[in-house]
Design a protein around this ligand. Structure first.
Ligand SMILES: C[S@@+](CC[C@H](N)C(=O)[O-])C[C@H]1O[C@@H](n2cnc3c(N)ncnc32)[C@H](O)[C@@H]1O
Length: 457
């Protein structure tokens, strides 16, 4: 791989004897992998093709991912390279906590956090760029989560809404991406000797916003996919110097993982508590992770603040359900989901959502997914959403129909399925190999297809 000569010189200077092995690693193939979704049935096909386990991630495997497969389309796996998987393990969110993933798209780390939280508590997944936020929302829908909201805000806007609110915050920062050069060589074109310092500056602004949203006693994890000390150790050192209520938390180093390098910043020995993943030491791409704890204090408010002023951008207001809508949704639940306990039902136009517990309103935020999308109200009927189906377990409802693999292919292709089912007409959860696939409407033995047109393949 052709690396910029300034880049080569910089790492020869920083790494000394290790530099040849480091530089040679750029000519090795990148490492693929996937995480298994513990909230769903086991992905048989993906596991059959796995080439090994990722030693430091209980749900992590090495091996290929087929995009248009049942396992991928039903959210039973998420494609992620092994080093990136360690970030979610270090964040270690607990069920019931309030967690923010501030730079979340496309959602690799967010799906990991959902899984570790057992989809309990509140997870806010934010992405500043709308197009990327849409991809994030789609990936989360496939993963199947009831307790996540997706926002499309800048960190500076978000901080106004959530002062001292979150138990844990992940800042998986936009960075110079040096650790991804061999996976995405196009990234090399952006690199110049000043680029890491520019990124570091932007990261400081994001981190400053994150800290305003972190509760006393809360955990901040800062991660990058670059080797650049300006962004990695030097920003960790900047955090320690600027925020005296922050302390570094030691991150466990598995074989092949390196400690942070104090000598690449201000020689503060605490920086060794961070972890570096170098591709010449570990089977994965380049990553840096640092973990901080904010000092305890009981003087700060921990409820989200409502906006005082009108928003400049137009945002659709959430509404309450009409009597008829409430009735339609109750009828749907009574049949298909008798145990479903909605937390806070909201409508956006004709769309119905369930806002997770832990947040009373999303007023004032640009929200792409205000919780679980339950469905759409049409003329005197309720049409359930794919997102709801993808959170369900087939055993959760007696109104479920099993598809074989060929029928699943017909379903994701958008075809009607003629199964000759003798059961009563109405909505059914469709599943294949115990994985939820979507909803279908049985009409006289034929299953009408409601798989969204934009997702068919
Ligand atoms: C490293 S990527 C996040 C990857 C993601 N966490 C995952 O695991 O899939 C960094 C993200 O930060 C976003 N970003 C870029 N500039 C930003 C800014 N000024 N503030 C916040 N986020 C920003 C990018 O759009 C990008 O999605």
């Amino acid at each position: 791989m052709q690396l910029p000569s300034e880049f080569v010189k910089k790492y020869q200077r920083l790494l000394g004897d290790e530099a040849p092995a480091f530089l040679a690693s750029f000519d090795q193939p990148s490492t693929g992998g996937f995480r298994v979704n513990p909230l769903k049935a086991a992905p048989k096909e993906a596991l059959a093709q796995a080439t090994g386990k990722v030693e430091y991630v209980p749900t992590g495997y090495r091996g290929p991912v087929v995009g248009k497969s049942l396992d991928h389309a039903s959210g039973a796996i998420y494609s992620q390279e092994p080093s990136a998987m360690y970030v979610g393990e270090v964040v270690d969110p607990q069920p019931g906590e309030r967690v923010l993933d501030l730079c979340a798209a496309p959602g690799g780390k967010t799906t990991h956090l959902v899984a570790k939280m057992g989809d309990q508590g509140l997870l806010v997944a934010n992405e500043i760029f709308r197009k990327r936020a849409l991809v994030l929302a789609e990936n989360l829908e496939r993963w199947g989560t009831r307790h996540t909201i997706v926002t499309n805000e800048s960190p500076a806007e978000l901080e106004k809404q959530f002062p001292h609110f979150f138990d844990r915050i992940l800042v998986d920062a936009p960075c110079s991406g040096e650790g991804m050069f061999r996976k995405e060589p196009a990234g090399i074109e952006y690199w110049n000797p000043d680029y890491p310092a520019e990124c570091a500056n932007r990261q400081q602004k994001i981190l400053a916003s994150a800290l305003k949203m972190l509760k006393p006693g809360g955990i901040l994890v800062y991660s990058t996919c670059t080797f650049a000390p300006e962004e990695d150790e030097q920003n960790a050192a900047w955090l320690l110097k600027t925020y005296l209520d922050l302390a570094m938390v030691n991150i466990k180093k598995y074989p092949g993982m390196d400690s942070g390098r104090p000598e690449w910043a201000d020689n503060n020995p605490e920086l060794a508590k961070a972890v570096r993943l170098f591709p010449h030491h570990i089977k994965g791409e380049g990553h840096f992770i640092a973990k901080f704890k904010k000092a305890e204090s009981d003087t700060l408010a921990v409820t989200p603040r409502r906006r005082q002023h009108r928003q400049k951008r137009r945002r659709q207001a959430a509404g309450q359900l009409s009597k008829e809508e409430r009735q339609l949704f109750s009828e749907f639940c009574a049949r298909l989901l008798p145990d479903y306990q909605p937390n806070h039902l909201l409508t956006y136009g004709d769309q119905l959502y369930d806002l997770p517990a832990g947040i009373s309103s999303v007023e004032g935020l640009t929200v792409l997914r205000p919780g679980l999308h339950l469905g759409t109200f049409k003329k005197r009927r309720f049409e359930p959403a794919l997102a709801l189906a993808l959170t369900m377990r087939p055993a959760e409802t007696k109104w479920a129909i099993e598809l074989d693999h060929d029928q699943w292919r017909q379903y994701v292709h958008g075809d009607v399925i003629r199964k000759g089912e003798k059961r009563p007409n109405g909505w059914y959860l469709l599943y294949c190999q115990n994985l939820p696939c979507g909803f279908g409407k049985l009409v006289n033995g034929t299953i009408k297809n409601f798989y969204p047109k934009g997702l068919r393949f």
